[in-house]
Ligand binder design. Structure first.
Ligand code: AMP
Ligand code: ZN
Length: 111
């Protein structure tokens, strides 16, 4: 185990409710959901934040995974994808992750 929670989930060393995975990506339920569907879509490779991405093909794959999961999870009325970045952006886990939120009417702007 290293000290990154999401690396440990990606490697299987830490348990999680995995809803999808392939060779590059793992997606699992957020432990503290803020909507009926709240999935985190995460690269298996450790990348600290959106700000530290070198290859934006990875971002495209993560976003595509969000769209595919939204369909698979029945979010036909709509959903939101959020990438908190840095301290002022609300990022608390320093491993890149996309929040896929849905299953209720999501207010805008967020609180
Ligand atoms: P952020 O604030 O954008 O960095 O989001 C981090 C998210 O990770 C929060 O929504 C947490 O509830 C979630 N989280 C933290 N630890 C775990 C865990 N072990 N399993 C699932 N989700 C987690
Ligand atoms: Zn990590």
């Amino acid at each position: 185990m290293n000290n990154c929670i999401f690396c440990n989930i990606a490697s299987g060393e830490m348990p999680s409710d995995i809803v999808y995975q392939d060779d590059k990506i793992v997606a699992f339920s957020d432990i503290n959901p803020c909507s009926p569907v709240h999935v985190l879509v995460v690269p298996k490779e450790h990348v600290k934040s959106l700000d530290q991405v070198n290859d934006f093909a990875l971002v495209s794959e993560l976003m595509r995974c969000c769209v595919d999961l939204a369909k698979k999870l029945g979010l036909n009325e709509g959903y939101r994808v959020v990438v908190n970045t840095g301290v002022a952006g609300g990022q608390t886990v320093e491993h890149l992750h996309f929040h896929l939120l849905g299953g209720r009417n999501l207010a805008w702007p967020p609180g």
